[in-house]
Design a protein around this ligand. Structure first.
Ligand code: GAR
Length: 202
């Protein structure tokens, strides 16, 4: 049976688009039931509109406290009642209670080969550190930032002439392959989480 997914995105939404396209192509056996965003100006909203996906805007700035914001976000997520929540460039750190509510049902993509370069500006961190290989990681979300069990990692070379932007572009191309593939595996019930390790069933 088709899974129901919801995507959380804060900005451009190119990973969201890759998921929309993979669903439309029949690669991911799922329906995207909602886009939830904290940013009323997110380009992801236009992408959702074109694909006929309902949008929930939960504007962080309109809440008096972080707790109130998180309560509203939790309620919106529970309302959608998705099988999988997909963080696609969602740039707010989620509170422990919220994360625990969706344990094993929330995934994130990060533009680095975790556990290296967590947090913001991962591609810049990679350039500054001088690594020769970079990439992206799709992982389950747990209470710690960019830390949950790893589902897939795709890598790219770092070239001599690279700066943060050229490296980010090369990684992003791979993100658009990696995220739909990881979501497909989840939707086909092929992921077993054993401690920190994710086994992919054939
Ligand atoms: C992507 O590179 C994603 O990996 C990154 O933000 C970008 C969003 O692009 N996420 C993080 O850094 C989360 N820590 P998109 O809006 O075009 O998908």
């Amino acid at each position: 049976m088709k899974k129901r997914i919801a995507v959380l995105a804060s900005g451009r939404g190119s990973n969201f688009q890759a998921v929309i396209d993979a669903i439309a192509a029949g690669t991911i056996p799922a329906a995207c039931e909602a886009l939830i965003t904290d940013n009323p100006g997110a380009y992801a909203i236009e992408r959702a509109g074109k694909a006929g996906i309902p949008v929930r805007v939960i504007d962080y700035r309109s809440f008096s406290s972080r707790e109130a914001y998180e309560r509203s976000l939790l309620a919106a997520m529970q309302e959608v009642d998705a099988d999988l929540y997909v963080l696609a460039g969602y740039m707010r750190i989620l509170g422990t209670d919220l994360v625990r509510s969706f344990s094993g049902k929330m995934v994130n993509i990060h533009p680095a080969l975790l556990p290296s370069f967590t947090g913001l500006h991962a591609q810049r961190q990679a350039i500054l550190h001088g690594v020769k290989v970079a990439g992206c990681t799709v992982h389950f979300v747990d209470e710690n930032l960019d830390c949950g069990p790893i589902i897939l990692q795709y890598c790219v070379p770092v070239l001599d002439g690279d700066d943060e932007d050229t490296l980010a572009d090369r990684i992003l191309e791979r993100e658009h392959e990696c995220y739909p593939e990881a979501i497909r595996l989840f939707c086909e019930d092929r992921l077993d989480v054993i401690g920190r390790r994710v086994r992919i069933r054939s």
